[in-house]
Unconditional design. Structure first.
Length: 390
């Protein structure tokens, strides 16, 4: 049994964050129908190397889904959507303001057809305010959220994060919100509108940084991050070390055999180590160059200092810990064969989710889904002839 069996999700979203939310629901057993326009989701071709007609992003974010092509700008296409909505539990889209209304896919219309519908609107900057209609991707909202600016002190200029903060965080947040809305529906019998944005996620990713009282100003640096050095070792490999608690600092100095370093006032507390980060790193850099990374890891862990050798994305899939924890999964794709991707990143021990279906080709399941909605073969052929379906 899968935990969300019997839940039907309509995925009208494109690119990463919205489809990612539907992916997590599909991983847990929901029946997900991805609705695309004739040209397909823009994310199909925005990442190289291309895998058939799909990108790497599309391949993972649209697993466990069936795919149909419907022109929602046509009245007959909107009728198809409305039939789908009548039996749906969740709908997800990331249209800019006003688009859903033009497509007959706004909350007022669809909740009128199905009062139990949980309607997710995932936007870039939120549904109100001067930026509500501005298009954006992950890096744009990260730039507006304070994250990029916080890198100035470290890197000398605003910079990205090396991964997608908003695009990967929003799907998890929506999965949580949909679960809460499904539970609320058990009590009220009604669905509701869920409204979130890439910007909200980027702000939430910095949660401790916004906590201030009275007239205190926001600080620029996170002391925990600044007190966790990444050091290159004698073999050219890198080790990242956590020196957060004072006990960890004392154990670290003991492992180095450096009593003078342990009692140095500049490094006596977390805040002091963060404030004197450059000086601390300057002291530690030549020490760590004297031995290979794995020796440092063994020595530091022996005294309870949290640390790891830094893994590359090329090396991670073969790492024993990754393999034993089944952090990656494999699915058979009809166009390109066996394809590795991330596994379901959370396990329900009694009812675990799974990767069961590869991402769909454009319109792969259109006829199948239309037939389930009661369209006859002749009606389906007519919709195709009019380019309403594809």
């Amino acid at each position: 049994m899968l935990p969300l069996e019997g839940v039907r999700v309509l995925d009208l979203a494109i690119m990463f964050a919205g489809p990612g939310a539907a992916m997590y629901l599909g991983d847990m057993g929901a029946e997900v129908i991805k609705v695309e326009q004739h040209k397909g989701d823009d994310s199909r071709l925005n990442t190289t190397p291309f895998l058939g007609e799909q990108s790497r992003g599309f391949m993972v974010l649209n697993r466990n889904k069936r795919g149909i092509v419907i022109d929602l700008q046509a009245s007959e296409g909107q009728e198809v959507l409305h039939r789908l909505v009548r039996s749906a539990d969740v709908l997800i889209h990331n249209y800019r303001p006003g688009v859903a209304e033009r497509l007959g896919a706004d909350y007022a219309t669809l909740s009128g057809l199905n009062p139990r519908l949980i309607y997710v609107w995932a936007s870039a900057f939120g549904s109100t305010g001067p930026l509500a209609s501005v298009g954006a991707y992950d890096n744009v909202t990260v730039g507006y959220s304070g994250i990029a600016h916080a890198r100035i002190d470290r890197d000398g200029e605003p910079s990205g994060t090396g991964t997608y903060i908003s695009d990967t965080g929003l799907p998890m947040l929506v999965g949580f919100a949909v679960g809460a809305a499904l539970w609320a529906r058990e009590e009220t019998g009604r669905g509701q509108l869920i409204d979130t944005s890439l910007l909200n996620v980027a702000i939430a990713a910095q949660a401790p940084d916004w906590v201030r009282t009275g007239e205190n100003e926001l600080a620029g640096d996170d002391p925990i991050e600044q007190a966790c050095p990444v050091l290159q070792c004698g073999d050219g490999e890198w080790v990242t070390v956590a020196l957060v608690a004072d006990g960890e600092w004392e154990a670290f100095c003991k492992a180095l055999g450096d009593e003078k370093l342990r009692t140095e006032p500049r490094f006596a507390s977390l805040d002091q180590r963060a404030s004197h980060r450059d000086e601390l790193y300057g002291v530690l850099a030549p020490i760590f160059k004297t031995r290979p990374a794995e020796e440092w890891v063994v020595q530091l862990r022996a005294v309870g200092v949290p640390c790891v050798a830094v893994l590359s994305r090329q090396d991670l899939p073969q790492a024993e810990h990754i393999v034993l924890n089944e952090a990656l999964s494999e699915v058979e794709h009809p166009a390109v064969g066996a394809t590795r991707m991330m596994a379901v990143p959370v396990t329900l021990w009694d009812t675990p989710g799974s990767v069961r279906r590869a991402s769909p080709g454009i319109g792969q399941h259109t006829d199948e889904v239309l037939a389930e909605l009661g369209y006859s073969p002749q009606e389906i052929a007519s919709l195709r002839a009019k380019d309403v379906a594809g």
